[in-house]
Write a protein that binds this ligand. Structure first.
Ligand SMILES: CC(C)(COP(=O)(O)OP(=O)(O)OC[C@H]1O[C@@H](n2cnc3c(N)ncnc32)[C@H](O)[C@@H]1OP(=O)(O)O)[C@@H](O)C(=O)NCCC(=O)NCCS
Length: 184
């Protein structure tokens, strides 16, 4: 197993095709996905995700614009969540990231903070970044307070920025962090 980074409680590894059923289960779980605005889940199929994952995994570029990773519980190597970076911009030395602790029983126990901090350290070093951006629905207070805690600063709050599949409009908070602001 290729581990790209290790924190106090978690390890981070790239996605593999064997992860597809696990991701389908997570992404279709309305209880988990409600905090990101999909209270009935994403409705993805294994076939679709298999294609997406295959494309990503077969791309050898170490500078790929977007990649997903799996968060493992360090104690037993079980997958508990996902991380993603995207919009990698090496001219501006920045990217955007996302995080989910997908196993509900693991939430609120410090795994999210450890995964986020470990991933940010990995990205700053791996791509020599100066800035990382993140965003959250304004009603996701748990994510918002975690992001503040590790050093993200609010840059913009857009009212009624995104409409979920049930037709409900959400405010979105955009945040960023320069390397010296990082708290870990
Ligand atoms: C948001 C998420 C990543 C946080 O990870 P977590 O493992 O649950 O949180 P942690 O136990 O690491 O807590 C870290 C910090 O988050 C904040 N936090 C955690 N639970 C919280 C809650 N119920 N209310 C407010 N803040 C909370 C606190 O600042 C906490 O720091 P503290 O423990 O020192 O007070 C995780 O809950 C998750 O993935 N949720 C579902 C998907 C999601 O919302 N993803 C983010 C999309 S923008």
């Amino acid at each position: 197993m290729i581990v790209v980074a290790e924190g106090e409680k978690i390890k981070i590894r790239p996605i593999s095709l064997e992860d597809v059923p696990q991701f389908v289960k997570w992404w279709n779980d309305g209880e988990l996905m409600a905090s990101v605005g999909f209270s009935r889940g994403l409705g993805v199929t294994e076939a679709k995700l298999y294609d997406d994952f295959s494309e990503e995994i077969s791309d050898p570029s170490s500078l790929r614009e977007r990649r997903r990773y799996v968060v493992l519980d360090k104690v037993n190597d079980l997958p508990i969540g996902e991380l993603v970076y995207g919009q990698l911009d090496l001219a501006e030395n920045k990217c955007r990231i996302g995080i989910k602790i997908c196993e509900l029983s693991y939430q609120g126990k410090g795994f999210g903070k450890d995964a986020l901090v470990t991933f940010i350290l990995f990205l700053f070093n791996h791509f020599d970044l100066q800035k990382i951006e993140i965003d959250t629905l304004a009603d996701n207070l748990r994510a918002y307070s975690l992001y503040k805690k590790v050093g993200f600063r609010e840059t913009k709050k857009e009212s009624k920025f995104w409409q979920d599949p049930d037709g409900i409009w959400h405010d979105v908070i955009f945040m960023e962090m320069e390397k010296p602001e990082f708290q870990y």
